[in-house]
Design a protein around this ligand. Structure first.
Ligand code: GLU
Length: 435
């Protein structure tokens, strides 16, 4: 096994991702302060929201297929539950840290409040390279994680979902482990499950679908026709891949896409329907050929002269170093936290609009909410109903944020934060401090 394929991170005490120039927690706290100042929010509430309610840290010994045992670290950060059970994804990545989970859990609190879902925010994960594990090893690791978190999660307590490096199968193992330990089948403990055990139609495409809907609305707002709009998408997985395909269906020209191995560019437009998503066939992006297709790096893609740039891969890709080189007219954040606060300040100064992650990719958790409703009511919805309700929720929230942006003359991020934060703060002030 080559060293970059090792499942155990080289430095498991590392404080942050090597792609990061600031931790997700630091970015999230700065964004909170900015919006709190705009709202003139009670400092006592802000102080509470700067910290997660709980962070579970667990040790996960796993027997490898060769009989040896490796020990991994797992986290579940539960930020705030004033509006309902904690909700958010679980990621498997060598870059998972406690600080990252805390920052991402804060974003989930705002995302759920922005969409007016009856959930709070959580995020967790395991510091592991999932590509270096066999399916059996992944199953043992996941079941052990579910066992360690059994008292922290539950359909009315904390509901995990897929995120980077996890998928419907991961959720199925968690649901099974939780259900077996509790002695009853409990589909509502996780969302993003396979449909046959209570998953929702449309859940896996939902984050990409919401990115496409918000891109369409933002282009309309800036008087740019969607038909023929030139769009570059970084990341070709569940978010970027589905967003690219839908925008292509709606008439946009997808001029560049990328996966972890590199990017491709075709100024005449890529037929994204013909390029398998990264999860379906890893390597298909860079293997794609065509007479006007050229190869680029992931960094080059970010600097293409396009109408819309959609960073939909990982966090902290737009930084102080490349923010001035970005030539797009509009950025729509598909990934969670792709823009550092320094880059965000540069974009604000340049007047380059950035539609924030908590709005653009909120389709994932919104359909998770639909899935949870189906689970606790023991009913299933059609794909048409899911997509229709998602469309209504996304457009409604877009309009709500648009009003705030117009009224306060603030960035899209601050506008979205103002809507979310005022709901969370109001709930805190009604419920008060206990005991
Ligand atoms: N991981 C997704 C996100 O970051 C979805 C979370 C969920 O559905 O709970 O929004």
């Amino acid at each position: 096994m080559s060293s970059d394929q090792s499942a155990v991170p080289a430095d498991s005490t590392a404080d942050d991702a090597d792609t990061a120039s600031e931790s997700a927690r630091a970015t999230a706290r700065k964004q909170l302060e900015r919006a709190a100042a705009e709202l003139d929010l009670d400092r006592n509430v802000v102080e509470r929201l700067r910290h997660p309610a709980k962070v579970h840290e667990v040790t996960l010994p796993v027997e490898r297929d060769d009989g040896s045992v490796d020990v991994f670290t797992g986290y579940r950060a539960q930020h705030d539950s004033v509006r309902g059970p904690y909700k958010g994804g679980l990621r498997y990545s060598p870059h998972v840290t406690k600080e990252e989970c805390v920052g991402l859990s804060m974003w989930m609190t705002w995302k759920c409040a922005l969409m007016d879902l009856p959930f709070g925010g959580a995020k967790g994960g395991i510091q592991v390279n999932p590509k270096a594990l066999s399916d059996d090893e992944k199953e043992r690791l996941t079941r052990r994680f579910a066992h360690e978190l059994r008292t922290a999660i539950g359909p009315m307590q904390d509901i995990p979902a897929p995120d980077m490096g996890t998928d419907a199968q991961t959720m199925a193992w968690i649901m099974d482990a939780y259900s077996m330990e509790n002695g009853e089948t409990e589909p509502g403990v996780v969302t993003g499950k396979p449909k046959v055990i209570g998953g929702s139609p449309g859940r896996s495409a939902a984050p990409g679908r919401s990115v496409a809907i918000i891109t369409r609305e933002a282009l309309r707002y800036y008087d740019t026709p969607l038909e023929g709009a030139r769009i570059a998408v970084q990341g070709y997985g569940s978010v970027g891949g589905h967003a690219a395909r839908l925008l292509d269906d709606w008439g946009a020209t997808i001029v560049a896409i990328s996966d972890v191995e590199g990017a491709i560019h075709d100024p005449t437009g890529l037929s994204v329907d013909e390029i398998p998503l990264h999860d379906e066939q890893p390597g298909a992006v860079t293997a794609h050929e065509g007479s006007s297709v050229s190869h680029l790096t992931n960094d080059d893609l970010l600097e293409l002269d396009v109408d819309v740039l959609i960073p939909a891969a990982i966090g902290n890709v737009l930084t102080e170093t490349n923010a001035n080189a970005v030539q797009a007219d509009l950025i729509v954040e598909g990934a969670n936290g792709p823009t550092t606060s320094a880059a965000d300040a540069i974009f604000r100064e340049r007047g380059l609009p950035v539609i924030p992650d908590i709005l653009a990719n909120a389709g994932g958790v919104t359909v998770s909410y639909f899935e949870w409703l189906q689970d606790i009511n023991r009913r299933s919805w059609s794909l048409e109903r899911v997509n229709e309700e998602l469309e209504t929720e996304m457009v409604g929230t877009w309009n709500r944020v648009r009003e705030e942006v117009a009224e306060r003359d603030v960035s899209w991020r601050t506008g979205a934060y103002v809507v979310a934060l005022s709901r969370v703060a109001e709930a805190h002030s009604h419920r008060g401090l206990w005991p």
